[in-house]
Unconditional design. Structure first.
Length: 98
């Protein structure tokens, strides 16, 4: 039993060192942060992207995935949702600072 507890503690410490978070923090990851990361990845943006960078990245993506250029409606909806999510986050962060 003591070996099992020791192993669990060592695994937790290894997780903290490798991922920067405790295992229970990784399990409770905010789904909003995952969707934000997915939106940033779709638009090819860094976490520190500004309002104008989000708009420009969205415009470039729409030019690639628009149905008139061989894309699909689903891709346009996904790009619009990513833009809206990131712009809402920027507005929220701006409101927190004020």
């Amino acid at each position: 039993m003591i070996k099992l507890i020791t192993l669990a503690i060592l695994a937790s410490v290894a997780c903290k060192l490798l991922a920067g978070r405790w295992p229970w923090e990784l399990l409770q990851a905010d789904p909003r942060s995952r969707s934000e990361a997915r939106a940033r990845n779709l638009l090819g943006l860094a976490q520190s992207a500004t309002y104008d960078e989000v708009i420009d990245a969205h415009r470039r993506l729409i030019q690639k995935v628009h149905p008139d250029r061989g894309g699909s409606n689903e891709a346009v909806h996904e790009a619009n949702a990513a833009r809206d999510l990131l712009l809402a986050r920027l507005r929220d962060h701006r409101g927190e600072r004020s």
